[in-house]
Design a protein around this ligand. Structure first.
Ligand SMILES: [Zn+2]
Length: 308
């Protein structure tokens, strides 16, 4: 997971100082992560970890389109959305390609993964948010690209990047045979054989604990309690954060919501030990991707790192 430590200082106070930000943009040490249609510039050596490609500021990039990510030491970091036309004129470093997080998430180092998520989320917001939600006038970038302000001075509403909370939960119970089992399901759109923890979006007016209880009951007909927060993972597809929980099941009979799930089953730790890795077509059952919070929750339980 890309969430344990953050590799740069976001420098929130600097976002209000436009002249300082312009100076950083002109700094020869400034580096920019170009993003095209949600894909970041990546070098993916055959035998090494993939990494982000940061480029010097260059024509025709404009400060008004740049998004300030923060600094490390004396190095300012920015990201920017590239148009199709700009993509055609950009001289790329040897071997660099625009790649999606889903494609390289399991091969990129954690610091670069965290920055990729940050840049992908903000550039998506910029590419989809152009007009004021109150009066429909055009929005203007401000605060280093972290806020947009309505250009209609009678309105002057501010728009902020949204993050949509989703809960993801490992549900467990100890059966009458004394064996503890966890509840995993599979969506019909997932790769064949892959099973994972249940998940769903938090609804308006709902606490996170209520969302966990509701989602598990809706999707699998299982009643749970003792909902405990474990960890979280930003998930920019396009703007979610996955909030990871453990919960204890009070019932065991599974009743599927067949729109959401095509199957759900209880699995013991021994069962999980026989699962293949994600993408292993030779295994009847496969684990989620190793870079997912679902894998983290499962592995913590399977290995006994966390128990009630
Ligand atoms: Zn407005």
């Amino acid at each position: 997971m890309f969430t344990s430590q953050y590799p740069i200082d976001r420098q929130d106070p600097l976002r209000n100082d436009e002249s300082a930000l312009k100076k950083l943009w002109r700094d020869p040490d400034a580096r920019v992560l170009p993003v095209h249609q949600g894909r970041c510039l990546i070098t993916e050596p055959a035998t090494q970890t993939a990494h982000l490609n940061w480029l010097p500021v260059q024509e025709p990039w404009q400060f008004s389109d740049a998004i300030f990510l923060g600094t490390t030491g004396d190095t300012p970091w920015f990201t920017i959305n590239l148009s199709d036309a700009e993509l055609g004129t950009l001289a790329l470093p040897a071997g660099a390609k625009f790649r999606d997080l889903r494609a390289i998430g399991m091969r990129i180092n954690h610091d670069d993964g965290a920055l990729l998520i940050y840049a992908k989320g903000l550039t998506h917001w910029h590419s989809t948010t152009h007009y004021c939600s109150r009066c429909a006038a055009a929005l203007e970038n401000t605060q280093g690209g972290h806020v947009k302000r309505c250009s209609n001075t009678d309105c002057a509403a501010l728009e902020f990047p949204r993050t949509d909370p989703a809960v993801i939960m490992l549900v467990t119970r100890t059966d009458e045979d004394g064996v503890e089992r966890c509840l995993l399901g599979r969506s019909p759109v997932w790769p064949a054989g892959m099973y994972s923890t249940l998940a769903g979006f938090v609804e308006s007016g709902e606490s996170l604990q209520q969302a966990v209880i509701r989602e598990v009951h809706e999707e699998a007909g299982i009643v749970v309690n003792n909902v405990q927060y474990m960890t979280s993972q930003p998930w920019p597809f396009p703007r979610s954060i996955m909030l990871g929980f453990r919960a204890e099941a009070l019932t065991s009979k599974i009743t599927l919501d067949e729109v959401e799930l095509e199957d759900a089953q209880w699995f013991s730790r021994d069962d999980l030990n026989r699962f293949g890795p994600w993408g292993d077509a030779n295994s009847k059952y496969q684990l989620p991707r190793v870079d997912s919070i679902a894998y983290f929750l499962l592995e913590q339980w399977r290995s006994g790192t966390h128990r009630y």
